[in-house]
Ligand binder design. Structure first.
Ligand code: CP3
Length: 352
């Protein structure tokens, strides 16, 4: 990975989070939480009151405030840009909305070749509010790095083809198996949109990017290799030249970790289903790992949280680079104080 010093201050470049991503020695294990900004925080619920989810993503001052809330509260080592994976799709004019308690819902699912024409390229002007918000954020964040993110082609396709959230992805997978050419063209279109969206975030000042392939664990490795990996690799290749760490995460991906690393990630995210030492064996050398505390443990007591955090840290002891995180996002009913305590425990237990 070539370092690009032009885009970020030295103090940010030398933060524990970015050092761990680069597999350099760190003063303490850095920690942040997927979905750290959002429903678990009362201050978030307050500023979001009466504002629909997608609209909240298009207001730079509000995005800045929401992104900063967990940094202030939990003393985490990185901020993640507040948005949603469907924002770039909305920005190119697709009819979709986020329904409270349901998730992203698409008016007219993408099912045919003619439907692909609705997926036009994304330009920076389509998401000028992102550039503006990241400009505000990097000024406020000081040396705390900002992570930009996007949904990976498979996970975006799962919403677009199904028309909404799904447990089985039957329509998406049927297209993948039954019409591989249409599927490949769909994922390739989504790769271009995703790459353009990540570039906007990096050029505005994001110090790292995470590609969420949350639902790709539904696939067998051979199908991932053939039908998904080329599109994800295209996204990673498109942003390789910036030199910012590229993180890749999905749920239930124990059998896919090696391939997800090979798609072009510098850091591979791991859920709680396999320990990090086993994940490292599967991923192989040259990659940092991120994870993998089970978010439901936060519903127990302090001693249990510390004991389970210790297990994660022990399994990570031999890794070259470790970013402490949950194995998936913060759950809505989580007590925010439990997160603050977990971040503090990781910092104290790993201080060198
Ligand atoms: O905290 C909150 O959930 C409130 C705001 C919100 C987000 N997305 C923020 C978000 C809401 C209501 C959504 C809708 C949405 N989009 C859902 C949840 C549906 C519900 O009500 O339970 C889902 C599942 C999506 C689709 C989506 N968005 C996925 C699959 C991902 C990838 C991360 C994951 O959870 O697997 C996202 C990213 C996302 N949505 C982030 C945020 C702040 C960014 C990443 C992060 O903070 O880690």
């Amino acid at each position: 990975m070539t370092a690009d010093y032009s885009t970020q201050p030295t103090a940010t470049y030398n933060s524990a989070f970015l050092k761990a991503c680069r597999r350099e020695p760190v003063p303490h294990t850095p920690v942040w939480f997927m979905r750290q900004a959002g429903r678990s925080l009362p201050e978030y619920r307050k500023v979001r009151e009466g504002i629909p989810m997608l609209e909240s993503c298009m207001r730079p001052e509000l995005v800045t405030e929401i992104t900063l809330q967990p940094v202030r509260r939990h003393n985490v080592d990185a901020a993640i840009y507040y948005s949603d994976i469907v924002v770039p799709l909305k920005a190119i004019g697709l009819g979709l909305d986020i329904k409270p308690g349901v998730g992203p819902v698409v008016e007219e699912p993408i099912r045919s070749r003619a439907d692909l024409a609705r997926l036009r390229d994304l330009t920076p002007e389509d998401v000028s509010y992102v550039t503006e918000a990241i400009g505000l954020l990097t000024r406020e964040l000081g040396s705390t790095p900002l992570i930009g993110f996007a949904g990976a082609p498979f996970t975006l396709a799962s919403y677009l083809v199904e028309g909404g959230p799904s447990r089985t992805y039957e329509n998406a997978k049927a297209m993948m198996y039954g019409d591989p050419e249409l599927w490949a063209d769909l994922l390739d279109r989504l790769a271009d949109i995703t790459a353009a969206f990540l570039k906007v975030q990096i050029e505005a000042g994001a110090s790292a990017v995470q590609l969420f392939d949350s639902w790709v664990g539904a696939l067998a490795p051979a199908d991932y290799l053939r039908s998904v990996m080329p599109a994800s690799a295209k996204v990673f290749d498109a942003v390789a030249g910036y030199g910012v760490p590229r993180i890749h995460f999905g749920v239930g991906t124990g059998e896919l970790l090696k391939l997800m690393g090979e798609a072009g990630a510098d850091v591979v995210g791991v859920d709680w289903r396999i320990p990090l030492d086993e994940a490292a064996r599967r991923v192989g050398p040259g990659k940092a790992l991120q994870g993998n505390f089970d978010p439901t443990v936060l519903f127990t007591d302090k001693d249990t949280v510390e004991r389970k955090a210790r297990e994660v840290l022990d399994a990570a002891a031999g890794l070259e680079g470790h970013v402490f995180n949950l194995g998936h996002g913060v759950m809505p009913n989580t007590d925010p104080d439990a997160l603050t305590h977990l971040a503090e425990y990781v910092h104290t237990a790993t201080a060198r």
